[in-house]
Write a protein that binds this ligand. Structure first.
Ligand code: TXA
Ligand code: MG
Length: 342
C-alpha cells in the first residue's frame, strides 16, 4: 500500500490528487460508497480491471459494476436507454441502485467480463463521487472483500485482508447503508431485480408501475447453470465458521435454545430483544428486529465477527422476507450456504 488517507471528517484535496494519480496509473483504490466499500479502478483499462480480479480472486466470468458521477458520464458508456430505464435512472440515481444496460465499446472487456451489457451505478457517497468527478474516469468497483467473504462496510474489517493488495486506502468511516446496491435489469419492459438491496421491490413498483423478482434469488445454483447474473452462482458472504439460519417464526427462540443444547460451543447472531431469552454466552447483536435498516447496516460486520468468536457453529436469526428484509435474507441465506431451519 502506497497511501492511506483518513477522510472520515473531510475530503483532503491534496490527497484526492494522489488518489486520482493512482487511478490514472491503473492502480487500485479502496474507497467507501454509501452501500459497502469498493475496490476501484479505471473501468476503461483492461490492465487496471485485471488487478481487481486478481486482488479479489474473483471468477473471470463475473462482471464488475461501473460507477459514474452523473448522467452524462452514464450516457457516454451505454447504447440506447429505454423509457423505463430512463425512469429508473431518474428515480434512483444517485443512490444504492445498479442498472444493467447495453454497453458501447468504451468500457474494457475485462470489466464487463466479455458481456454486451454493463451494470452502471451512480453512488451518492461524496468520497467516491469526488474521485470519479475529479478524475473524470468511470470506476469499476466490486465490493471490498476476497471473493466469497462478507463485504466490507468499514476499513477495520477488511484492512488485514486487503492492505497488501491496494495502492491506496481511503477511510471514510462506516458505510451508511451496509448492504450492496439493488441490481436491476429491464427484461421485456419489466424491471427485474437480479440482486435485492436497499431499494426494494415496492420502491421500484411505485416509481415505474412494474417490477419482477428473479426466480433465482434464493436458489442454490450449479456452476454450469445459466442465470441472469453470474454473481448468483458463487459462494458469497460466508464466514469460515459453519452457520445455520433459523427462519423467522413464532418459536424462533425455542428452536435456537434447542440447537444450543446440542452445540455448546456456538454463538448466536440475533435481535436485541431476544438476547435475554437465548441461552448463549456469545451473542452478536444485530439490533432490534423492528429496525431492518439497522440490521442491514450491521449484518456484514456481524458475519465477520463470527470468525473472531472461536466457535464451531453460528446460529443466525432470520427476518421476514419482505421489503428490506428480503435483501437481508438474501445475504444471510448465502452466508449459511442454504443451511436453513424452517
Ligand atoms: O453496492 C454495490 O453495488 C457495491 C459497491 C462497491 O458499489 N458493488 C458491488 O459489486 O456489490 P460486486 O461486484 O460485488 O457485485 C456485482 C453484482 C454481481 O453479483 C454481478 O454478477 C452482478 O452484479 N452484475 C454485474 N454486472 C452484471 C451484468 N452485466 N449482468 C448481470 N449481472 C451483473
Ligand atoms: Mg460482492
Amino acid at each position: 500500500m502506497k497511501y492511506m488517507f483518513d477522510w472520515k471528517k473531510d475530503i483532503n484535496k491534496k490527497e484526492l490528487d494522489k488518489a486520482i494519480e493512482v487511478i490514472k496509473n491503473n492502480g487500485l483504490v479502496l474507497v467507501p460508497t454509501e452501500t459497502v466499500y469498493g475496490i476501484a479502478a479505471n473501468a476503461l483499462e483492461d490492465e487496471a480491471c485485471k488487478k481487481i480480479f486478481e486482488a479479489k480472486g474473483r471468477a473471470q466470468d463475473n462482471p464488475l459494476i461501473v460507477h459514474v458521477s452523473d448522467k452524462n458520464m452514464l450516457k457516454s458508456l451505454v447504447k440506447n436507454i429505454s423509457t423505463v430505464e430512463e425512469k429508473l435512472i431518474d428515480a434512483f440515481m444517485p443512490g444504492p441502485f445498479t442498472l444493467i444496460l447495453e454497453k458501447n465499446e468504451s468500457i474494457c472487456k475485462t470489466a464487463s467480463a466479455g458481456n454486451s451489457t454493463i451494470g452502471i451505478r451512480m453512488p451518492s457517497n461524496s468520497i467516491i463521487h469526488e474521485l470519479i468527478k475529479e478524475s473524470n474516469i468511470p470506476l469499476a468497483a466490486p465490493s471490498a472483500n476476497i471473493s466469497g467473504r462478507p463485504s466490507g462496510t468499514n476499513v477495520q474489517d477488511i484492512f488485514e485482508e486487503l492492505k497488501d493488495k491496494m495502492d491506496c486506502i481511503i477511510d471514510g468511516g462506516n458505510c451508511k447503508i451496509g448492504i450492496e446496491s439493488t441490481v436491476v435489469k429491464v427484461i421485456d419492459g419489466v424491471p427485474t431485480i437480479l440482486r435485492p438491496g436497499f431499494i426494494t421491490e415496492d420502491d421500484i413498483k411505485k416509481a415505474v408501475g412494474r417490477v419482477a423478482l428473479s426466480s433465482n434469488l434464493f436458489k442454490k445454483i450449479e456452476e454450469n447453470q445459466s442465470v441472469e447474473s453470474p454473481g448468483m452462482k458463487y459462494r458469497h458472504y460466508a464466514p469460515k465458521t459453519k452457520c445455520v439460519l433459523v427462519e423467522n417464526s413464532e418459536n424462533q427462540i425455542d428452536i435456537i435454545n434447542n440447537i444450543l443444547k446440542e452445540n455448546e460451543n456456538a454463538c448466536v447472531v440475533g435481535f436485541s430483544e431476544d438476547k435475554d431469552y437465548i441461552r448463549t454466552k456469545k451473542f452478536i447483536d444485530l439490533g432490534s428486529k423492528n429496525n431492518l435498516e439497522k440490521i442491514a447496516h450491521n449484518i456484514f460486520s456481524a458475519l465477520r465477527e463470527i470468525d473472531k468468536e472461536n466457535v464451531t457453529l453460528a446460529i443466525i436469526e432470520g427476518v421476514e422476507k419482505k421489503g428490506l428484509g428480503l435483501s437481508i435474507m438474501n445475504r444471510v441465506v448465502r452466508a449459511c450456504e442454504n443451511n436453513i431451519i424452517h
